[in-house]
Design a protein around this ligand. Structure first.
Ligand SMILES: [Fe+2]
Length: 281
């Protein structure tokens, strides 16, 4: 097994490993340690089944389940909510979507930040990719925290924010709606990674709706400031997809976004989750 770092901001390419095989305990530990160190692993040239992907999730911390979004779209397929596998795709079968999140740009977000117990990691396996665009961009949120001014760090201590998953929204969440109908949860603005103890900024422009306990004006100003620390070239790196790539990202230390891609070109990623534990400051 060979590891090549992607950038100074994080990420590593892994080659010379076959996830169809049962990996030795030593190699399983190497992959887990590498995930905590680099935040994102891109394991190249895989030809794996659902079961192989489940096994990978199991040894990376346990296979998680997606849970049912409260505000699912009527046009989405039933099967994607069934449990452990979800297709990120624009493909349809006789007009019915095979999955969801099919088209276009997606702003920076942490998968699972709207859950009481966020998923530890997201695993995506590429079955079809576009000729151009559709790259996943990752932000190292440990570095985002480290880059904060010490006065801001002090200000964030003890503060929490409401995070909402609004399926219908492509931008900032609209708080002038009944959020009891949307998946949402309050988490600290700064969390400690449950495995490494390192601090990470835990906000993102797509899902973090407001800071609790301060005025709306102050909350908006603070979030605008924090979002700038996230969308910063020094802490981001990206992945251009090839078929057969298996990518795992740590949702406690990494937020991610998707670049736009040509509509009409097929794209399909098979998504599974690694179960998490509570996140605390
Ligand atoms: Fe995502």
């Amino acid at each position: 097994m060979k590891l090549t770092p992607i950038s100074s901001a994080g990420g590593a390419i892994i080659t010379e490993v076959d996830l169809k095989e049962i990996l030795s305990a030593e190699n399983q530990k190497k992959l887990k340690d590498a995930l905590y160190k680099y935040g994102v692993l891109v394991i190249k040239d895989q030809e794996i089944s659902d079961q192989d992907q489940f096994r990978f999730c199991e040894f990376m911390g346990g296979l998680g389940t997606r849970g049912k979004p409260l505000n699912r779209r009527k046009e989405d397929s039933d099967s994607e909510y069934a449990g452990t596998v979800h297709l990120v795709t624009n493909l349809t079968d006789q007009g019915k979507p095979l999955g969801s999140f099919g088209d276009g740009e997606v702003w920076f977000h942490h998968d699972g930040i709207f859950k009481e117990v966020p998923d530890a990691a997201t695993v995506l396996y590429a079955l079809a990719v576009t000729s151009t665009g559709g790259e996943t961009v990752f932000a190292n949120m440990h570095l985002a925290y480290d880059n904060l001014d010490s006065k801001i760090k002090a200000k964030l201590s003890g503060l929490s924010a409401l995070n909402i998953y609004d399926y219908a929204s492509r931008g900032r969440v609209d708080l002038n709606q009944d959020i009891s109908q949307l998946n949402h949860w309050i988490h600290p603005l700064v969390i400690r990674h449950p495995e490494t103890g390192k601090k990470a900024l835990y906000v993102n422009p797509l899902m973090t709706a407001r800071v609790e306990g301060i005025s709306e004006f102050e909350s908006n100003a603070l979030l605008e400031l924090l979002f700038k620390y996230q969308d910063n070239d020094d802490i981001i790196f990206e992945h251009k997809w090839d078929v057969g790539d298996l990518v795992i990202m740590d949702n406690r230390s990494i937020s991610h976004a998707r670049r736009d891609f040509p509509p009409g070109e097929p794209r399909m990623l098979r998504r599974t989750l690694v179960q998490g534990v509570s996140v605390n400051s």
